[in-house]
Design a protein around this ligand. Sequence first.
Ligand SMILES: *[C@@H]1O[C@H](CO)[C@@H](O)[C@H](O)[C@H]1NC(C)=O
Ligand SMILES: *[C@@H]1O[C@H](CO)[C@@H](O)[C@H](O)[C@H]1NC(C)=O
Ligand SMILES: *[C@@H]1O[C@H](CO)[C@@H](O)[C@H](O)[C@H]1NC(C)=O
Length: 468
Amino acid sequence: MNNKTTRNLFLVFMVILVICGIAAVKLTNNDEVYQSNWDTINVRPIPIWYDQAKFGMGVYSVPAFANKSEPSAEWYWDTWKHDTDGGWTAEYHNRSFGADFTYQDFASMFTAHLFDANKWANLIEKSGAKYVVLTSKHHEGFPLWPSKQAPNWNSVDVGPKRDIVGELSTAIKNKGINMGLYYSLFEWFNPLYLEDKSTGKPPKTENYVDDIMIPQMKDIVNKYEPSIVWTDGEWEEDSDYWKSTEFLTWLFASKVGDKVVVNDRWGKDCRGKNGGFYTGGDRMNPGHLMPHKFENCATISTSWGYNQNEDADTYQSVEKLITTLVETVSCGGNLLLNIGPTKEGVIVVAQQQSLLGIGEWLSINGEGIYSSVPWRVQNDSTSLWYTYNSDSQTLYAFMTGNWPTTNQIQLISPITNSKTAVQLLGYDGPSLSFNPLDNGGLNIKLPLLTPGKYPPHNVYTLKITNVK
Ligand SMILES: *[C@@H]1O[C@H](CO)[C@@H](O)[C@H](O)[C@H]1NC(C)=O
Ligand SMILES: *[C@@H]1O[C@H](CO)[C@@H](O)[C@H](O)[C@H]1NC(C)=O
Ligand SMILES: *[C@@H]1O[C@H](CO)[C@@H](O)[C@H](O)[C@H]1NC(C)=O
């Protein structure tokens, strides 16, 4: 079999928009409601836990190399073999490992000897993420669980000799965090898939979809009971080819049927149209309200898989990551932020710092993120974003720009009344004074703070009650 030693873990923070009109559809009797066609599957409401979570997380790793023109290190095998980066990966490969060194030879170097699932779970918990999406198998086809369909090419038969999916699932669930699994439908170099693809459809016997893909997907669902099935690598074929509606009908009637959330990558006819939440083409941050629940799956630096060839300046600041979270949630999305652990199973310090920074910010400002819904206005400017909590009828305004030198900030959209109160999250002083503006809106006087008194990470949240 073909494959590569890659691991991919997504940590995501997500916000879920529940589509209320359809939320009344029965969630039970799944097998009756969700027949094997997109019309019935598309009306399935997204289980509410996903909308409330807003933030989640995602692992690649032995060569851990990519040059800048094709920055995704997890695509190493494809970039090398198909020479999509002007030969730099091939040059690096020949120079570092020798031209005779095959991709399969990387498997023994994938040791994960420092992988400690509980340590990861502790870090993820501290980041404030409410769900995790681990890459169970990427496009190289190397499963991180003992898959019968990939003998001698999975993390138990070779490399770490450990069930990474199982260990992490247990540790994450023990924290009360939702555990999801990413799964690549296609495999770049699987001979069975390549043969099927050349004929345009899977032949009746011995084919990739029936003999490898579907059994693997059912295996991970049955064994690990994921809360999310996050498919990818769907784009070469349509959903009929992948038998996606049949699989989803099975999934929704399975033991995870009531809580499982799925994305929209089920065939080249599906993104933005079919399935569960929409994902766009990665890094979906539309800047305006989306009518359908979406997930912004994004990277901390430029690569998804760990890339040793990245410099500090490709890593985004914590402030930038928080800003992306705020913008995404304001517009009705969840943020799924990727981390790329090393072949030893380590989450590098730079990525840990990002996660801890976001977690620190959320520990103060999370009340405006988790379980929020989009407000009637998403932003007053490119640096002032809103979310709303319907239960407490509280408006949250996030200042993502610099602290105003005037110590005043003007909000255009909120309509105040005599009971309106404004607080700065993380500030233990009194409510802030403000002046209502003639045409609605208000001018807020910010407290004068000494540096040590500022809430962390330069994204400030105003909590406004009794406001329309
Ligand atoms: C990356 O590509 C650039 C050309 O774009 C080249 O000059 C450089 O040597 C390459 N670096 C590595 C490490 O392959
Ligand atoms: C790498 O080595 C192979 C096999 O010798 C050769 O065909 C290829 O041109 C080399 N690629 C580069 C970029 O050096
Ligand atoms: C809201 O943010 C988006 C994206 O940054 C921007 O295009 C839009 O102009 C902003 N709206 C206002 C009212 O400034």
